[in-house]
Design a protein around this ligand. Structure first.
Ligand SMILES: NC(=O)c1ccc[n+]([C@@H]2O[C@H](COP(=O)([O-])OP(=O)(O)OC[C@H]3O[C@@H](n4cnc5c(N)ncnc54)[C@H](OP(=O)(O)O)[C@@H]3O)[C@@H](O)[C@H]2O)c1
Length: 292
């Protein structure tokens, strides 16, 4: 089978499509024939930085596909599923024709979108859901989502809106304002200097900037970014944990048309280097899918 691997860290040129051995199936695992994956920032960081499992390693966290063998009574051959692997911790990358994953990480794919598009949901969606939970966002509260047009930010906007919160967004450029408004943002900013002091009881930062001056006294400031937290009371980081229950809730929200998956572009696995270059150029309004 084919897998996208690295055997050293570096630029997109270190990515290689290789013939590798098919995975064997352990107790409780399911074997998935991959339909699609997506690119997340962690993928290029694992490629470029000295992080991740021992090399050579197969990259990729997201997967959508069909079960072709199962040692998990909850999953049958033919099931259309999605999952998020913890690639850095386990070394089990999803950028491969066949992927074996513990059944407890796998959930049914949403039925209202093509199976390939469902690969846009797992990592970004679970991150957004868990970050809003960390923020303890409640209905009618006012939240500012920083990076509102991004992958996690765009899903966080939709989830916060679904919760009943009043959602404002900060985007990186004026041409992203319309996209944020379409997702449910009520007021959109594109310059952090314009943010009103002390307005927001909740701020979710997905871009790693210091917008703490906009936090209301006693507010909660949650960041998923790599950058250090601003030095304000109530600031904390949220780190995504793979969780199929959260993923199932997100799939239900997709099918209920409460959250919309945005696809910016699709690349076959053989074009993985071009996909990384496009991803790192930024300015995307949706996910980049890798198709198998
Ligand atoms: N802690 C965790 O568990 C966890 C989980 C998932 C992701 N992450 C991290 O969270 C970050 C976001 O992930 P993602 O998948 O959402 O990435 P993404 O799709 O690239 O989204 C980031 C968004 O922030 C925007 N942005 C950049 N600078 C900005 C600024 N100064 N003001 C407003 N918006 C700005 C970007 O716009 P442009 O594209 O125009 O620059 C982009 O729309 C990444 O650093 C990722 O590694 C952490």
């Amino acid at each position: 089978m084919h897998a996208i691997q690295i055997d050293r860290h570096g630029g997109p040129d270190v990515l290689a499509v290789r013939e590798v051995a098919e995975p064997t199936l352990a107790a409780g695992e399911v074997l998935i024939r991959t339909t699609a994956s997506s690119l997340n920032p962690v993928d290029w960081k694992t490629r470029a930085w000295q992080v991740g499992p021992p090399l050579p390693a197969t990259l990729g966290w997201d997967i959508s596909g069909r079960v072709i063998a199962s040692n998990d009574p909850a999953r049958q051959v033919g099931d259309e599923v999605i999952a998020m692997s913890a690639q850095i911790a386990t070394g089990r990358g999803t950028w491969a024709d066949l992927v074996a994953l513990p059944g407890h990480l796998v959930t049914a794919a949403p039925v209202s979108v093509p199976l390939s598009d469902a690969a846009a949901l797992p990592l970004a969606g679970v991150t957004a859901l868990q970050a809003l939970r960390t923020a303890e966002l409640t209905a009618a509260e006012h939240i500012l989502v920083i990076g509102a047009a991004g992958a996690v930010g765009g899903l966080a906007v939709q989830l916060a809106h679904w919760t009943g919160a009043h959602v404002d967004g900060l985007v990186s450029r004026p041409e992203h304002e319309h996209a944020a408004l379409e997702l449910g943002v009520q007021h959109v900013w594109h310059r952090s200097d314009d943010l009103p002091n002390g307005r927001y009881p909740v701020i979710l930062d997905t871009a790693g900037i210091d917008a703490s001056a906009a936090l209301a006294p006693g507010g909660r400031y949650v960041s998923i970014a790599d950058q250090p937290l601003p030095d304000v009371p109530g600031a904390c980081k949220s780190y995504v944990q793979e969780n199929a229950v959260d993923l199932a809730q997100l799939a239900e929200l997709v099918d209920a048309h409460e959250i919309r998956l945005r696809i910016a572009d699709r690349y076959p696995l053989t074009d993985i280097r071009t996909a990384h270059e496009r991803f790192e150029a930024g300015g995307l309004l949706g996910k980049i899918l890798i198709t198998f």
